[in-house]
Design a protein around this ligand. Structure first.
Ligand code: 13P
Length: 250
């Protein structure tokens, strides 16, 4: 039985003082033992979030990292730096990074390997555009994204990874994939994981759904057999996130 994992992706929101106040209010409400809860904050808010989550079951994550440990990469942040701040998770290959910062599948793969080497758990995002869905190539496309992201990662490491299925047309739009659409994609992802590795490994890997998740649709999404939680954007910026976490508790 896979444990559900519900992660907040704050994206580029809050300033540190706001993050401090919100985290102080939120964390006690989502410090639960039946679901893994993660707050993925901007790097400069790691200190307040880490303070709020100290001695709780709520984990800290970030939304990006560089693919090298150190070097002449102006403005970048590496996995070992993040590990020093007790960061446990890192979102990789979010569609916003792919779209606005030209992140490729090869880059996501390099980052995933570095994250795992530093002891961080990558939350690897895959998902199709509306055009691709209309062309009926959703499954093919997310299968390839997954294969490229995991290239060269062995099954022991892969078992730790979280995959987030985030259809781009559902992100920040208020249009959620139906539970059937989300389950179909997540089941296909589990199938490709079984092909890359084996059934046992595929059964261990957690697959989240992301894209306009709210307290109103979380329960139905979480009831699907291949959906192991959510990556939440907009609704993670308010106490709605607590309600979503409660639905994950079963
Ligand atoms: P929304 O929940 O705002 O649609 O964002 C989803 C997302 O991109 C999470 O990573």
């Amino acid at each position: 039985m896979r444990r559900k994992i519900i992660a907040a992706n704050w994206k580029m929101n809050f300033v540190p003082l706001e993050a401090k106040a919100f985290a102080a209010e939120l964390v006690p409400l989502v410090d639960v033992d039946d679901v893994d809860v993660v707050i993925c904050a901007p790097h400069v808010m790691l200190c307040p979030v880490r303070t709020a989550t100290k001695d709780t079951r709520v984990a800290v994550g970030v939304q990006n990292m560089h693919f090298e440990d150190k070097g002449a990469y102006t403005g970048e942040i590496s996995a070992p730096m993040l590990a020093h701040f007790d960061v446990e998770y890192v979102i990789l290959g979010h569609s916003e990074r792919r779209a606005y910062f030209a992140e490729t599948d090869a880059l996501v793969n390099k980052k995933a390997k570095k994250a795992l080497a530093a002891g961080l758990i990558p939350i690897i995002c895959v998902g199709e555009t509306l055009e691709q869905r209309e062309q009926n190539i959703t499954i093919e496309f997310i299968r390839i994204q997954t294969k490229l992201a995991l290239a060269g990662i062995d099954s022991a490491d892969a078992a730790k990874v979280v995959i987030a299925y985030e259809p781009i047309w559902a992100i920040g739009t208020g249009v959620t994939a139906t539970a059937e659409q989300a389950e179909e994609a997540c089941a296909a992802l589990r199938q490709v994981l079984a092909e890359i590795y084996d059934k046992d490994t595929a059964e261990k890997i957690r697959i989240q759904y992301g894209g306009s998740v709210t307290p109103g649709n979380a329960a139905e999404l979480f009831a699907q057999p291949n959906i192991d939680g959510a990556l939440v954007g907009g609704a993670s910026l308010s106490l709605d996130f607590e309600k979503i976490v409660k639905y994950g508790g079963g």
